[in-house]
Write a protein that binds this ligand. Structure first.
Ligand code: THG
Length: 368
């Protein structure tokens, strides 16, 4: 059963809301206290279209935390176990942010403009408070604030074609997780090859919300003949691709090692960050649980609202945190957190879904 979201100032509109609503958005969720579209036609239609054509996504909810000042790089490195020393000023990094106990506070993208200016493109938690608190508490020379920046994503196999029509052929030269500043109207935007899908595409960091609708309209006008449609992060596609959702697949209870983000936690010599001791200890002892791709047999399931217990021989050994029917793989695809001793590929488990128990199997890896 779907419900309505009562509008108010506290649930923020975006610079693209007018376009999203004119295009007939069917459902929203709330993310970083802002509206995030979740359905245009229906989730399955949107999924097939995303994999075949090109979509424009209002992902303004990916709010930026800007670090600006002489101590910006120092604070950035304190925030994350990922080694930032080789990061170039045109790169984006996926990076876990952990507290002093090594627990996940957020899993953002970092965008480096220069040593003294960075953006943290956050997932759904109030990271601004943590970063501001550290800057103040440590007496660092850095301003920490949320700038007027709203990402608009262009995703799908025809993304390069659509982007070239609006920004020129140089967009094609942007490599994965690199960014370039490109002209639009009488301004310019950071454009990165990134986005919350595995279908390829770009994210445009729209600085100054007043340009939002002009860019939205320009993309749809240029996309005539490409079957461009409005879209949004797609539940089915992102589970198939193993893209994690903070607040769903992991929370402040989990560590990055549990979340399969160990490759971003290689603590290099002489690199200090908040939570290092806890993560070093877990790396040496092994994790208590880990995220896995899990297929759930039987008919299409409804979305996860509260996690579904994963059972083995009558004992709970984990939980399913996201699930959806995959038309392309002909099974329910899901993401779950599984206890040590039970996470090996091929392990047969059962899941207590709201529609009754279902057989399930731990997969080798994600589907795409
Ligand atoms: N783009 C931007 N900001 C974001 C997101 C985004 N903020 C919120 C949320 N998404 C943060 N979480 C993720 C999760 C996964 C990825 C990006 C942001 C992602 N992962 C790739 C993968 O897993 O294949 C690549 C990771 C890598 O190898 O570095 O893209 O989407 N601006």
């Amino acid at each position: 059963m779907a419900h309505f979201i009562s509008p108010s100032r506290r649930v923020r509109d975006t610079p693209f809301t007018q376009g999203v609503e004119a295009a007939g958005v069917k459902a929203y969720t709330v993310y970083n206290r802002m509206l995030l579209p979740t359905v245009f036609e229906n989730v399955e239609f949107d999924y097939h279209h995303l994999k075949a054509h090109v979509q424009v996504w209002d992902v303004s909810v990916e709010r930026q935390v800007e670090l600006n000042g002489p101590d910006a790089a120092k604070l950035m490195q304190l925030l994350t176990p990922r080694d930032l020393r080789k990061m170039q000023s045109d790169q984006c990094y996926y990076m876990p942010i952990v507290d002093n106990e090594g627990k996940m506070l957020n899993d953002p993208l970092a965008i480096k403009h220069s040593d003294t200016r960075w953006w943290i493109s956050i997932a759904d938690s109030d990271l601004l408070f943590w970063v501001k608190g550290l800057a103040y508490g440590l007496g660092l020379e850095v301003n920490v604030f949320e700038p007027d920046v709203s990402p608009l994503a262009v995703q799908g196999p025809k993304s390069d074609e659509l982007m070239e029509r609006v920004f020129g052929s140089s967009v094609r030269d942007i490599r994965f997780f690199r960014q370039k500043r490109l002209a639009f109207a009488d301004t310019s935007f950071i454009v990165a090859r990134s986005g919350y899908s595995k279908q390829g595409g770009f994210e445009i960091y729209v600085e100054d919300g007043q340009y939002g609708m002009a860019l939205w309209d320009a993309l749809f006008k240029a996309g005539e003949g490409l079957n461009v449609r409005p879209g949004c992060p797609n539940l089915i596609e992102r589970i198939e691709g193993g893209l994690l959702s903070y607040g769903n697949d992991m929370t402040m209870e989990n560590t990055p090692l549990e979340c399969g983000l160990g490759k971003f936690c290689k603590p290099a010599e002489g690199l200090d960050h908040i939570g290092k001791e806890a993560l070093d200890l877990e790396a040496s002892k092994g994790s208590a649980r880990q995220i896995r791709a899990i297929s759930i047999h039987g008919a299409p399931l409804t979305p996860v609202r509260t996690s579904w217990p994963l059972m083995r021989n009558g004992l709970q050994v984990g939980q399913i945190t996201s699930a959806a029917w995959s038309p392309d793989f002909g099974t329910n695809v899901s993401i779950g957190m599984v206890d040590a001793g039970h996470w090996e590929a091929g392990t047969e488990l059962s899941v207590e879904t709201p529609e009754g128990p279902r057989e399930a199997r731990i997969e080798e890896g994600f589907w795409i």
